[in-house]
Design a protein around this ligand. Sequence first.
Ligand SMILES: C[S@@+](CC[C@H](N)C(=O)[O-])C[C@H]1O[C@@H](n2cnc3c(N)ncnc32)[C@H](O)[C@@H]1O
Length: 231
Amino acid sequence: MAIGNWKSVYCPCMRLDLKRFFGKKEKQEHRILRQMEHSGDNLQPEYHRATPECPHPERWSMFDSMTAEVEVLEFLRTLVTTIKPELVVETGTFSGISTLWIAEGLKANGRGKVVSCEFDPKVYQNARERIGKSELAQWIELRNESSLKMKVDGRIDLFFSDSDMPVREQEVRRFLPQISPNGLIVMHDASSHLQVVRQAALKLESEGLISVVLLPTPRGLVVAQKRAGRS
Ligand SMILES: C[S@@+](CC[C@H](N)C(=O)[O-])C[C@H]1O[C@@H](n2cnc3c(N)ncnc32)[C@H](O)[C@@H]1O
């Protein structure tokens, strides 16, 4: 067999071994998408590690380790039906599951839109396909760009920060002037184990920019509000 043909004849596990051999590590997002393609959206108990604030993560459910916990998805949808936002901004689309749950809330409200950005072209394309197949596309504007470059017009009523953890602080600072004083900022992955997002939120609070509530979920969730303009 010619080595040039290995891609088409080798089984997937051997392909992975060859990738490792040649030093090309598959990106986590791509690996999880490949698994999802193979086995569909399957619910399983949350397996992120226990923390002092959330000692029983297995009581929560998840589709995969990238997509927010199912209870967090439910919470997002309920936030949307509760505060009835005109404009939701989400950073980090991944497979589009959280975007779709937000869009379900918008549909129930009969108004509003969610702008969601995903900077990885392959991941973006996958989300586009999932959203295209859903009945919720009319509520969603998907962007293939970075949260640190994306421009959104208008006042943001709900900001869901779920991109790369190290850029969350920068992201919130960037969009803060546009976020409504009556609106909400939700930051995912803010558990005491993951630290970086938790510390970012507490830093923004210590600077007087936002007021923070730390929800004790497996991966941690910040619900915050901007301080400027509150009456
Ligand atoms: C945790 S996943 C998002 C999960 C998704 N919100 C959900 O719950 O279904 C993070 C995603 O953000 C993307 N990402 C990372 N940094 C980004 C940035 N600065 N701008 C846009 N997307 C980013 C990654 O490629 C990845 O797909």
